[in-house]
Design a protein around this ligand. Sequence first.
Ligand SMILES: [Zn+2]
Length: 118
Amino acid sequence: MASDLILHVKKEYFDEILSGKKLFEYRRRSPYWKKRLRKKTFSAIQICSGYPKKGDKDRIIHLKWLGFLEETIVHPHFGKRKTSVFSIFVHEHDFKSEYSFYFDCFRCSKCGYTIYEF
Ligand SMILES: [Zn+2]
């Protein structure tokens, strides 16, 4: 059985995820995270504010596992240079249908992630 992916974040990021302001958690595409994330599936994600005690509902958010994107981004957390990261979805997509001549297209109104159905 798949287990939950547990991510520990600073309180400021935890609050942003809780309020829906932060849509992704970024992890450097290091050997550790490649091994941890690629070709893996999880039952859910738990976002922890620091290292709470088990069952501390105020400091743990439970989210659906929706996977991640592999991207190169500039984020203050990683300094000023472009960094290869896993952008893990930490929100529930809000897909809206968009017209396209050749295929159905659904775009998340929050993060812009788009899926196509041919
Ligand atoms: Zn989204």
